[in-house]
Design a protein. Structure first.
Length: 308
């Protein structure tokens, strides 16, 4: 069984705090749950925060937070990290962070994490109803894909879902979604590529696409990922280096013994829609093309046949 239950939050340093808050409120449709000095928390439901923004001179990822399955799992992770020689910082003395039982550490790839027991719950969600279900996953860049995969599975108890050969490892938590964390090669090690939010319906994906395009924040177009089976769009706030994915149809894996596929990298792997349609030969001179002849139903073919 996985030791982590779900992704909890992403903490960013931003140069322009109000601009970043504006992006998350009016483009991403989250809502502010609390402000403490130069720190702003935003959420999409009754969990205190999905995103934490801190005013800093240099923008970028501060850390990623994941909720442990239970206190016993948190203790097991602590033991594994200690055995692996990872320096741990206890976070229990910081009640303003709105999580309990937290421990912080830096993974060998340089990315900082917090593993916690519980997060403060709000009486009601302050966020508008936009069909957003949860903060789903993060994608980070690592130097050594195999070594990073081994660390995250052995020390933190992630389970491997699938891998794209020499490109990315997808790791899942106890909530069974295909990946709560993805480790990617080919980018600056230690950096966050994006976080993803799960939405209820394909129409929600398309609604966010139209909204992001109107706000000048759409990065690319709709894609379908072969590994997770999800349909996604991506948003970008370039000045602060923030990337956000909205997706629907993300697979769940209930079988804990599932070892995953090793998938061949290709454009179609990243976007199944990119396969398009095969070219068709032009009809020969004098050939009659009837409706329903090239595909369609038997009824359409019968209806298009000439009268006898």
């Amino acid at each position: 069984m996985a030791l982590l239950e779900e992704m909890g939050y992403a903490a960013y340093g931003v140069r322009d705090l109000e601009r970043a808050v504006e992006f998350y409120r009016n483009v991403c449709q989250l809502e502010v749950s609390e402000r403490i000095a130069d720190t702003v928390f935003l959420t999409g439901d009754t969990r205190h925060h999905w995103v934490r923004l801190e005013q800093r001179d240099q923008p970028g990822l501060i850390r990623l937070g994941y909720r442990a399955r239970d206190p016993e799992a948190l203790a097991e992770i602590t033991s594994r990290l200690t055995t692996a020689g990872v320096e741990i910082e206890r976070a229990a003395s910081r009640p303003a962070d709105r999580v309990t039982g937290g421990l912080r550490f830096r993974a060998p790839d340089g990315i900082a994490y917090e593993i916690y027991d519980q997060m403060l719950t709000l009486p009601v969600s302050p966020a508008p109803a936009r069909g957003i279900s949860c903060l789903l996953h993060a994608v980070v860049f690592v130097d050594d894909l195999d070594a990073a995969t081994d660390f995250y599975t052995s020390a933190l108890g992630f389970l491997v879902s699938d891998r794209i050969l020499n490109v990315i490892s997808f790791l899942r938590c106890n909530n069974q979604y295909h990946h709560a964390l993805a480790l990617a090669a080919g980018g600056p090690a230690g950096n966050l590529d994006h976080v993803a939010m799960l939405v209820d319906d394909l129409e929600d994906v398309l609604r966010f696409r139209a909204h992001a395009a109107d706000k000048g924040a759409l990065a690319g177009d709709v894609v379908k990922h072969v590994a997770s089976n999800s349909v996604s769009i991506y948003l970008n706030e370039p000045s602060e280096g923030i990337g956000v994915e909205y997706c629907n149809g993300h697979d769940k894996i209930a079988d804990e013994s599932y070892r995953g596929r090793l998938i061949k990298p290709s454009p179609v792997t990243v976007n199944a829609f990119s396969a398009g349609f095969p070219d068709r030969a032009e009809p020969q001179v004098g050939e009659v093309i009837r409706p329903g002849q090239d595909g369609g139903t038997a009824a359409a073919s019968a209806a298009s046949a000439p009268a006898s």
